[in-house]
Design a protein around this ligand. Structure first.
Ligand code: HMG
Length: 387
């Protein structure tokens, strides 16, 4: 049978962060609350010129070559930090990457599930057009507001994935389990530039939907925990994934549980440095596991749990391919994370309060990242320009 899945993937995060110990001191909180209670260490802070379009293009650019450009039939951007109610962020990225006109380009939304929605649309597309490839980009800036309970769970970044019939990294199985339920656990009305959350309730819905899809997958004999090398979670903050993991202790045998727990530690390394990147968090976890776990081998089978508030969940499965490490770049990603600038709390707060003009006057932005090929140059007459 033909296999379809992720051929290559890459991520980008802005080159500045706030250290959560600094933030804890400024907020009068015991640093262990953030480091252990939430399970995060650093949080990426997006400058104005790295919006979701620029970050998405920066994540995708290193994956591009001429053959790929001509074989792309679909570009989907999953985001919940949209920059326009009508025009898709994907069209700006399509232009920045120099992609052909003869392809479908769209933006998709369902909170953090939007990345998985994009991946599933892309898989359906390449299964019915095996001669074509799809580019899926997840790009988000998580904002809850200064001095809110959600503040410590912000972040920014993008993950790009090439999807096709030569899945050099992860072949994805067609059988998945989904669940949809309307809830008000986390949302962002059109008039607000920060999200609202009923934090504890959102954790309950996440866990209840995880249990629902896991149990249904079990009934369909999809989980087979003895052959699950790892289980990846949507990680808004690492403690959330850990809570999901704990619900499995009574459901799988002790050896499988120990293996899954061990692999979980490698899946959260990047996310603990970046924070929540909403649509991309699950895929940042996938990249973190693949690039940091030296014990993984071809044929290892993963479960992937995607969750988006509001709420939508999907549990799907994939198998690592021969030579998957040839399609990754662990060195580049760890140096990208190491070489970021540490902001003081005052600088972070100043960055957080900055805004793009909303009255159509001209605004030119300072370039923040000289290693990133793409950025937002500025706005004029309500139009954005990028390079
Ligand atoms: P909070 O008010 O800080 O909660 O909100 P807390 O006071 O209960 O503290 C959090 C944890 O720290 C607790 O542990 C404390 O015991 C512990 P837990 O009971 O959770 O295991 N703690 C300490 N640990 C060690 N040393 C200490 C210490 N002090 C306290 N000294 C909350 C936390 C996550 C609710 C908040 O940050 C929030 O609202 N975040 C945003 C919502 C969110 O991320 N929800 C996750 C599920 S929904 C989801 O994943 C979707 C999402 O990604 C959006 C989308 O789909 O688009 C968010």
């Amino acid at each position: 049978m033909d296999s379809f899945g992720i051929e290559k993937l890459n991520f980008y995060t802005p080159n500045q962060y706030i250290d959560l110990v600094d933030l804890a001191h400024a907020r009068g909180v015991d640093p262990n609350k953030y480091l252990i209670g939430i399970g995060q260490e650093k949080m990426a802070v997006a400058p104005l010129d790295q919006d979701i379009v620029a970050m998405g293009a920066n994540a995708a650019e290193p994956l591009m070559d001429e053959d790929l450009r001509t074989s792309l039939g679909l570009l989907v951007v999953g985001t919940e930090s949209g920059i326009d109610q009508s025009k898709a962020a994907a069209l700006f990225i399509h232009q920045l990457l120099g992609l052909p006109e003869s392809m479908r380009v769209m933006e998709i939304k369902e909170a953090c599930y939007g990345g998985t929605a994009g991946l599933m649309v892309a898989l359906d597309f390449v299964r019915s057009h095996p001669e074509s490839k799809a580019l899926v980009i997840t790009s988000d800036i998580a904002r809850y507001g200064l001095q809110t309970p959600g503040e410590v769970t912000q972040g920014a970044g993008a993950v790009a994935m090439i999807v096709g019939n030569k899945p050099g990294v992860l072949a994805i199985e067609p059988n998945t389990v989904v669940a949809s339920r309307s809830t008000y656990d986390f949302w962002r009305p059109n008039y607000s530039n920060v999200a609202f959350a009923q934090g504890k309730y959102s954790e309950e819905v996440y866990l209840s939907m995880f249990t629902e899809v896991w149990d249904r997958a079990e009934n369909m004999s999809l989980t087979q925990s003895d052959n699950l090398a790892a289980l990846l979670f949507h990680i808004p903050f690492s403690k959330m994934g850990r809570k999901g993991l704990r619900t499995l202790e009574s459901k799988v045998d002790a050896t499988s549980y120990a293996r899954i727990v061990e692999r979980f530690e490698n899946s959260i390394i990047y996310g603990q440095q970046v924070g929540n990147i909403y649509t991309g968090s699950l895929y940042l976890g996938l990249l973190s596991l693949l690039e940091n776990d030296t014990s993984l081998v071809e044929g290892d089978r993963f479960g992937l749990f995607s969750y988006g508030s509001g709420s939508e969940a999907e549990l799907f499965f994939g198998t690592i391919q021969p030579d998957f490490r040839a399609h990754l770049d662990a060195k580049k990603h760890s140096s990208m994370l190491k070489n970021r600038r540490r902001l003081s709390v005052a600088e972070y707060e100043h960055e957080f309060e900055k805004e793009l003009v909303q009255d159509g006057t001209e605004q030119i932005l300072k370039r923040s990242d000289f290693n990133a090929p793409h950025r937002l140059i500025g706005l004029n007459k309500h139009q954005r320009s990028y390079c």
